[in-house]
Ligand binder design. Structure first.
Ligand SMILES: C[S@@+](CC[C@H](N)C(=O)[O-])C[C@H]1O[C@@H](n2cnc3c(N)ncnc32)[C@H](O)[C@@H]1O
Length: 284
């Protein structure tokens, strides 16, 4: 998997969320990669990647960004087709893949989630094999209004029994609410309860996110995917709103990470992110 695909038929205008990530791409790792809260939530996500994927598998990453998880899997012998809608995020991922000498393990591919159907058409028309599974970390699916369309198309790329691991924004992040209320910011405190698009901002660019209810997403992913597990990521580990301050307290973050391990199941819906682990059914 050495080919680094460029946007074949890129739309003239990328969706606002993708534009925002495109602008952030050069600084993305320096900013978020150094935050201990992000690293702790990522470790929790990776426990599920380790559980689902084994050396020799080829898996699909949706909204893979700069490739942190793809590189992690590649170093464990898992091949990854890393997709993202942001050309700049993909460029950064490609650089990291080359620097790590993992070009034959990670293939980067431009893909807008809204246009996943075209990708699936092309993949199947070329007679390429189905993936052993798929994943999407850190809320890429919150950047589109209807993740059900992804389920329908993704199902065509996976054999029955294949796992899918998603991390989406939690519907009621206790940490975010507490921090926002302490700052008197009522709007942020309750924004995750809103239906429909909610304004977000990154590197000065505005875009919308959708706080999908995990139970609604799981219902809409049926009948193609059976929900196997729901876990909270960042129940006690603080959300990014606590950064960069909280990263000055590594022992505190480590203690909160231990608490997260205890709370991830019973308090899953209070997490900053919620991890949903699915299995492809035999519905076609
Ligand atoms: C918060 S980042 C997470 C990146 C990566 N999964 C990680 O764990 O670091 C969200 C990613 O979703 C991508 N994204 C947002 N909207 C998208 C869309 N409509 N189609 C494809 N990718 C999208 C962004 O470009 C960005 O790379």
């Amino acid at each position: 998997m050495t080919e680094q695909s460029a946007p074949a038929a890129a739309p003239v205008v990328l969706p606002p969320a993708v534009q925002a990530f495109d602008r952030t791409a050069p600084a993305f790792d320096a900013r978020f990669g150094s935050w201990l809260s992000v690293a702790a939530q990522r470790r929790a996500f990776r426990r599920h990647l380790d559980r689902c994927f084994k050396p020799g598998d080829t898996v699909l990453d949706l909204g893979g960004g700069t490739g942190e998880d793809a590189l992690y899997l590649a170093r464990r012998g898992v091949r990854v087709c890393l997709t993202d809608g942001s050309p700049q995020m993909l460029a950064r991922a490609g650089e990291k893949v080359r620097d790590a000498g993992l070009e034959s393990w990670v293939h980067t591919r431009w893909l807008l989630l809204e246009r996943i159907g075209e990708f699936v058409e092309e993949w199947t028309a070329r007679g390429l094999p189905r993936f052993a599974g798929a994943y999407s970390n850190f809320a890429a699916l919150n950047c589109i209004p209807d993740p059900a369309l992804v389920a329908r198309e993704l199902a065509r790329l996976l054999a029955p029994g294949a796992p899918v691991v998603l991390a989406i924004f939690g519907p009621c992040s206790a940490g975010e609410m507490l921090l926002a209320l302490a700052r008197g910011d009522w709007r942020t405190a309750f924004r995750r309860f809103r239906h429909g698009p909610v304004e977000a901002r990154l590197s000065g660019a505005e875009f919308a996110v959708w706080y999908h209810r995990p139970w609604t997403l799981a219902r809409r992913w049926r009948p193609y995917f059976r929900l196997e597990a729901v876990r909270g990521l960042g129940v006690f580990i603080p959300p990014s709103a606590a950064e960069p301050g909280i990263s000055r307290w590594p022992k505190v973050v480590a203690a909160l990470e231990r608490l997260d391990r205890l709370a991830e199941r019973p308090l899953a819906l209070l997490g900053d992110h919620v991890l949903l682990r699915f299995r492809r059914t035999d519905w076609s």
